[in-house]
Design a protein around this ligand. Structure first.
Ligand SMILES: *[C@@H]1O[C@H](CO)[C@@H](O)[C@H](O)[C@H]1NC(C)=O
Ligand SMILES: *[C@@H]1O[C@H](CO)[C@@H](O)[C@H](O)[C@H]1NC(C)=O
Ligand SMILES: *[C@@H]1O[C@H](CO)[C@@H](O)[C@H](O)[C@H]1NC(C)=O
Ligand SMILES: *[C@@H]1O[C@H](CO)[C@@H](O)[C@H](O)[C@H]1NC(C)=O
Length: 488
């Protein structure tokens, strides 16, 4: 009894002393970008067109203020400057992506563009020299247009195209890369690209194309993971996973079955669809049953959702070394009782709204909801067998202020709930990544929504970069391990 009481006293003392509000020394901090959003040099040194180059050049009005990413932050010509900026933050790692059409202008490995490879080699070596780990995303949306012309993600060939590209990258860079990510946010590629057609390649096919794309994309992911596992892991000693973007789905009425089911359906259709096959095997139950039922009603012979064979389920299940999650915001779920045209919005049977009372960022969809991250982390732990979780993106958009106190507050609140989720639920989060290193091309929002820790002047041909207050804050957090930037 006495020793138990003594233990309790010690525990109470330790947790009451503020020690629990600190990140442990093995917790890693990073900062992220992606190739298309920062590099520019869209046709320099033999790079070919990506689906984003084509989309913007053909539909300039689809981008805010008709901006393009032809130059973006001009990072293709600013390796040293980028590294200096990263170094000044004191981060453990830099998450960036490789441009597939820069390395393989023909999409396939029969021709490797040496100049493109050199750019990434210089970047990776430079990081290494400064003790910054490279966390490398193979695909952050910029598919070579030449592969899109042959069907893109609606062609089964994408599995071979992607896994060949992945193997080449492991070979070229793997000695200096410890963390690989196959696909960033498959939802944006499949649902937005081949379903709702909001993003390139802009091919409408909701309820069919988006599922088919997801089916092939996950198979491509799994092949890349197996290639790494079999041919490179032993020698290169790295790890590899996929990144899924999640919003937290909170039932608008928490006390009501229809609303809790709406929230479950929402999170499964919007995120579980991409995570479940990898972490548990097969599609989420609710997705399978809803699409099968609706397909039947529509007179289809089989479900519009491709069915995994037993072999495929086994091949895809377990192809992860950590759970990569991008989190920005939450939504409120309510059931949809009105039939909609065929498509994912009808399939999922729910709507999402956001409370007008939630504070917003510059991006319309981004509301500040750190409580949602806390719930999400517990959900991921409970749903996916307590994986090691890496937050691969989290960030706040404004209009580019240098005194960006709202960004500081956003990061602080999210870091605090990560500590709470660790202490209260035992969630294993091992790393946190701020999106983004610098203001950059925010897709169809152009340059109006700024996520950077550094400001970029896009009217200056030199793309002058200026440090923001949030960068200094983040630097202090990393140094002190405390979200407040200092510990009592
Ligand atoms: C819109 O684009 C034009 C031309 O590139 C530029 O001069 C202008 O500053 C942009 N407007 C805003 C509000 O950024
Ligand atoms: C790329 O493909 C095109 C046609 O498919 C071919 O003409 C060209 O030679 C290829 N480029 C290289 C460098 O192999
Ligand atoms: C849940 O619903 C019941 C009635 O259905 C109600 O009595 C109760 O107050 C509700 N609880 C909350 C927390 O809203
Ligand atoms: C978190 O996961 C990593 C990797 O599986 C493991 O080494 C570590 O012990 C885990 N930490 C906790 C606190 O569970």
């Amino acid at each position: 009894m006495i020793s138990r009481l003594a233990l309790f006293v010690i525990f109470a003392f330790v947790s009451g002393s503020g020690a629990s509000k600190k990140f442990t020394d093995d917790f890693l901090f990073g900062v992220a970008t992606s190739a298309y959003q920062i590099e520019g040099g869209w046709k320099d040194d033999g790079k070919s067109e990506s689906i984003w180059d084509r989309f913007i050049h053909e539909n300039p009005k689809r981008i805010w203020n008709q901006s393009s990413a032809d130059i973006a932050c001009d990072s293709y010509h600013k390796v040293e400057e980028d590294i200096e900026m990263i170094k000044a933050l004191g981060v453990d790692y830099y998450r960036f992506s490789l441009s597939w059409p820069r390395i393989l202008p023909n999409g396939t490995t029969d021709y490797v563009n040496k100049k493109g490879v050199e750019y990434y080699r210089k970047l990776i070596k430079g990081l290494r020299k400064n003790n910054i780990e490279a966390m490398v995303t193979l695909f952050h949306w910029d598919l070579p247009q030449v592969l899109q012309d042959q069907g893109g993600f609606l062609s089964e060939k994408i599995i071979k195209w992607f896994s060949d590209y992945a193997r080449l990258c492991f070979k070229l860079f793997g000695d200096d890369v410890k963390t690989w990510i196959t696909f960033n946010e498959p939802k944006q590629t499949c649902l937005m690209g081949y379903g709702l057609a909001v993003l390139p390649p802009n091919i409408p096919g909701s309820g069919i194309g988006d599922y088919k794309c997801t089916y092939y994309l996950l198979k491509a992911h799994a092949e890349a993971w197996h290639i790494y596992d079999k041919e490179f892991r032993e020698k290169q000693k790295g790890r590899i996973s996929i990144v899924v973007d999640y919003s937290w789905w909170e039932p608008l009425i928490t006390n009501n079955t229809a609303f809790t089911e709406a929230a479950e359906s929402g999170i499964q259709f919007m995120s579980g669809l991409y995570a479940n096959p990898v972490y548990l095997g097969d599609w989420p139950k609710i997705v399978k049953s809803r699409v099968a039922e609706l397909s039947k009603k529509e007179g289809e012979k089989k479900s519009r959702l491709p069915e995994f064979t037993k072999e495929e389920i086994v091949r895809i299940r377990g192809t992860y070394d950590f759970f990569g999650v991008n989190y920005y915001t939450s939504v409120l779920a309510l059931p949809n009782l009105i039939p909609l045209p065929r498509g994912i919005l009808n399939d999922r049977g729910c709507f999402q709204i956001q409370s007008p009372e939630w504070e917003g960022g510059k991006s319309l969809w981004l509301k500040v909801t750190p409580w949602g991250l806390k719930k999400l982390l517990k959900y991921l732990k409970d749903t996916y067998k307590n994986p090691e979780i890496i937050i691969t993106e989290n960030g706040y958009s404004d209009t580019g202020e240098l005194e960006d106190d709202k960004r500081i507050s956003y990061i602080k609140q999210h870091l605090n709930v990560i500590l709470e989720a660790r202490d209260e639920y035992g969630v294993n989060v091992s790393a946190y990544t701020v999106w983004s290193l610098m203001d950059n091309f925010e897709w169809i929002d152009g340059y109006q929504s700024r996520f950077g820790l550094y400001h970029v002047d896009f009217s200056d041909p030199k793309r002058k970069r200026t440090i923001k207050k949030s960068a200094l804050y983040y630097r202090d957090v990393i140094k002190t391990r405390c979200p407040e930037g200092k510990c009592e």
